[in-house]
Write a protein of this length. Structure first.
Length: 202
């Protein structure tokens, strides 16, 4: 059963499970339910227990917003709901996300981005795209799948560590024919920093 309230849609989970629906309509647009597997979400090896089961719409994992936000470190006072606009704002580590239920357009700070699947309301819980929220706030998201379940692992992305002997590593070994020769540690530090900021994780 789907109950429409202006610009958003409330999804009835029990009806969804009973009828085995393979698609839903959100604001007149049809979205496919692309998996019926059990979904387990872990953060730093600890499982997140949701009060509403995550679902997969158009290959996007949708999870309860507040439970996800709290799990990655967002305090309740940094989760701001606007019932009139049906929007939610998340603030974390100097970055802000704004989502509107049923709207594929979202804001990251002042930049507008388009989502593949909008936030939805399910059993009085707002469900949001897990990867979008987590990666925006600096988490790596990895997936593992079995015949009956999908496991999602999240880990905070960290900047490369600089060793205590950085100053020593940065000093050239000596100068030869007008060129500086550096220690191997210096080269590794530069490569690590370059890969981190250019997105090359190899």
């Amino acid at each position: 059963m789907f109950i429409c309230f202006d610009s958003f849609i409330v999804l009835c989970l029990s009806d969804l499970c009973k009828r085995k629906r393979d698609a839903v309509k959100i604001n007149g647009e049809t979205y496919r339910i692309t998996s019926s597997k059990n979904i387990n979400v872990y953060i730093e090896r600890s499982k997140i227990n949701f009060d509403v089961e995550p679902i997969i719409i158009e290959n996007r994992t949708m999870v309860p917003l507040r439970f996800l936000a709290n799990a990655i470190g967002i305090r309740d006072n940094k989760i701001i709901y606007d019932e009139t606009e049906q929007s939610v704002i998340l603030e974390y580590n100097g970055k802000t996300i704004k989502l509107i239920v049923g709207d594929k357009n979202a804001l990251i700070d002042i930049d507008e981005v388009e989502l593949d699947v909008p936030a939805v309301e399910l059993n009085n819980r707002v469900l949001v795209p897990l990867r979008f929220v987590c990666e925006t706030f600096g988490y790596n998201v990895d997936y593992g799948e079995t015949e009956t379940s999908m496991n999602i692992f999240m880990k905070k992305e960290t900047a490369p560590l600089i060793c205590k002997n950085t100053k020593s590593a940065l000093k050239p070994i000596h100068r030869f024919q007008g060129r500086f020769l550096f220690k191997p540690a210096f080269v590794l530090i530069i490569i690590s920093i370059k890969n981190y900021y250019t997105g090359n994780k190899s």
